[in-house]
Design a protein around this ligand. Structure first.
Ligand code: SF4
Length: 455
C-alpha cells in the first residue's frame, strides 16, 4: 500500500508535497520520495524510512519548480529497498518522467518478461516500472501514449505522473485505490486521501473517476478515459481499516462508515452481555464508539497505543512482530479489572496480534473478553496492493470459528457479516475478494497460466 500526492502550478510545490506526505504516512513507512520539475528537468529525492527521516529543509530547498509529486511506500511487490522507492524517475522518448503508484498490477511479471525479451532493462523490482517501460515503447505523443500503455496493464493503479510540462493523475478502470482532486488557489492538487488536501488547505473537488486520466497543465484540466470498460471494484478494506478516519474515501466519510460498521456489529452481537466496549486502537475506535451507541454499553479506553514504533521495525520476523505488540499497545488495568469487555477490531489476519492483545487484557484483569470484528473472516490474499499474507498464513483460511476463538483466547468471537459490512460501506461496487475469493480480475497466477497457453 502506498500514498501519493501531486500539486501543479504552485510556487511552494515541493514544500506542500513534503507536508502532505505526513498526512499520508499511515499508507506507507518504508520509503518516501518527492520529484519536482523546473524548466523541463526533473529533480528528485527518495530515501528509506518515514518522511521526517528522508527529508531535511536543505533537501526540500533543492526541489525547485512549480509542480511536484510525492510518494510514501509500503512494499507489496518488490523488496523494501532504495531502488524501489518512488517516485520512479526515467528518461523516455517523451522526455523525463516521474511516477508514483499506489496499487498492484496483476500482469506486471508478464509485461516485464515480454519487454525484457525485447531488450528492456529494468532498474527496480517494482511492478510500477512496467508502466514506464510501456510508455517508452508506445507510439504517438505522450497524451496518446499514456491511455494506450494503460490499456495493457491489469490490476490496481492510482498514479500521479510528472512530465516536463504537465502533471497527470489516473485511476484504474476498477477504481481499486482512492484518488481525489482538490484545488488550492489556481493550483490543482491530487491525493490518495482528502486528509492531505485539508492539511495543505486545498478544497476537495471530486474523485478521479475509475478509468479516468486527468492531464493537468498550467491550471487547466483535460479528462480522458482509458479505453476499457470500467467495472467498479473499490477496495472495501480502505473504509474498514486502511484510510484515515478524517478522510473522505470513495465519496464516504471514513469515520461515519466505521461507526456504522460498529453499530451493525452491535446488532449482530445482541446476545453478548458486557460492562464496557473498547477498541484496538487506532482504527477500531470509531467502530467501538458506534457499537457503544447502538448497544448502550459504555465506551472505555482499555488500550493505549504508542505512536513511536514504526512499521518498518515490526516487519522482519514473526518473533519481532510479537514483541512489537507489547511495545505498541499497553492495557489500562484500572479500566479493565473485573470487567466483561467487548473488544472491537477491524480484522484478524494471522491471529497472533489478537492473541497477544487478549492475553494482555486478561493479565490486566479483564474477566471476560468478547471480540467483535468489523469485517468477515479474511480467507484469501489481496493482489491489489494491501499487504495481506499468502492464504496459507491467514488464520481464517486454516481454522474454524471456534478454533480461532480458542487460539486467540477470548470467550466469544464474532465477525460482521459480509452483507452488513457492504451495506455500512455504501452498498455495491466494492472488491471483497479477500473475504469471498471473488476476484474482480484474473489473479497473477491466472494471468501467468493464460499467457503460457497463449490465451
Ligand atoms: S482483495 Fe481485499 S484488500 Fe484487496 S482490494 Fe479487494 S477488498 Fe481490498
Amino acid at each position: 500500500m502506498c500514498g501519493i500526492f501531486g500539486i501543479e502550478n504552485h510556487p511552494d510545490a515541493a514544500h506542500l508535497t513534503y507536508l502532505s506526505l505526513f498526512a499520508l504516512q499511515h499508507r506507507g513507512q518504508e520509503s518516501a520520495g518527492i520529484a519536482s520539475v523546473l524548466n523541463g528537468q526533473i529533480n528528485s529525492h527518495t530515501g528509506m524510512g518515514i518522511t521526517s527521516d528522508v527529508f531535511s529543509d536543505k533537501r526540500i530547498e533543492k526541489l525547485c519548480g512549480t509542480s511536484a509529486i510525492g510518494h510514501v511506500r509500503y512494499s507489496t511487490t518488490g523488496s523494501s529497498h532504495i531502488k524501489n522507492a518512488q517516485p520512479l524517475v526515467s528518461k523516455t522518448r517523451h522526455g523525463a518522467l516521474a511516477l508514483g503508484h499506489n496499487g498492484n498490477l496483476t500482469n506486471a511479471s508478464e509485461i516485464r518478461k515480454n519487454l525484457e525479451t525485447k531488450g528492456a532493462i529494468f532498474h527496480s523490482s517494482t511492478d510500477s516500472e512496467a508502466i514506464l517501460h510501456l510508455l517508452a515503447h508506445s507510439t504517438g505523443d505522450f497524451d496518446e501514449a499514456l491511455p494506450e500503455a494503460l490499456k495493457k496493464v491489469e490490476g490496481a493503479y492510482s498514479l500521479v505522473i510528472l512530465t516536463g510540462d504537465q502533471m497527470i493523475a489516473c485511476r484504474d478502470p476498477h477504481g481499486f485505490r482512492p484518488l481525489v482532486l482538490g484545488k488550492l488557489g489556481n493550483s490543482y492538487v491530487v491525493s490518495s486521501e482528502t486528509t492531505a488536501l485539508s492539511l495543505v488547505k486545498a478544497s476537495y473537488i471530486r474523485e478521479i473517476d475509475p478509468g479516468e486520466i486527468l492531464f493537468i497543465r498550467q491550471g487547466n484540466l483535460k479528462s480522458v478515459k482509458i479505453p476499457t470498460r470500467p467495472i467498479s471494484a473499490r477496495c472495501v478494506f480502505e473504509l474498514v481499516y486502511f484510510a484515515r478516519p478524517d478522510s473522505v474515501v470513495f465519496g464516504k466519510g471514513v469515520q461515519a462508515v466505521r461507526q456504522a460498521l460498529g453499530r451493525a456489529l452491535a446488532r449482530e452481537m445482541k446476545e453478548v452481555k458486557a460492562d464496557l466496549v473498547m477498541a484496538v486502537p487506532d482504527s477500531g475506535a470509531p467502530a467501538a464508539l458506534g457499537f457503544s451507541r447502538e448497544s448502550e454499553i459504555p465506551f472505555e479506553v482499555g488500550l493505549v497505543r504508542s505512536h513511536y514504533i514504526s512499521r518498518t521495525f515490526i516487519r522482519p520476523s514473526q518473533a519481532l512482530r510479537e514483541i512489537a505488540v507489547d511495545l505498541k499497545l499497553s492495557p489500562v488495568s484500572e479500566a479493565l479489572k473485573g470487567k466483561r469487555v467487548v473488544l472491537i477490531d477491524d480484522s484478524i489476519v494471522r491471529g497472533t496480534t489478537s492473541r497477544k492483545i487478549a492475553r494482555s487484557l486478561r493479565e490486566a484483569g479483564a474477566r471476560e473478553i468478547h471480540m467483535g470484528i468489523t469485517s468477515p473472516p479474511i480467507v484469501s490474499a489481496c493482489y491489489y496492493g494491501i499487504d495481506t499474507p499468502k492464504s496459507e498464513a491467514l488464520i481464517a483460511n486454516q481454522r474454524k470459528l471456534e478454533e480461532i476463538r480458542d487460539f486467540v483466547g477470548v470467550d466469544s468471537l464474532h465477525y460482521l457479516s459480509l452483507e452488513a459490512m457492504l451495506e455500512a460501506a455504501g452498498g455495491s461496487g466494492f472488491c471483497d475478494a479477500c473475504f469471498t475469493k471473488n476476484y474482480p480480475t484474473k489473479t497473477p497466477a491466472e494471468v501467468s497460466i493464460s499467457q503460457k497457453v497463449g490465451l
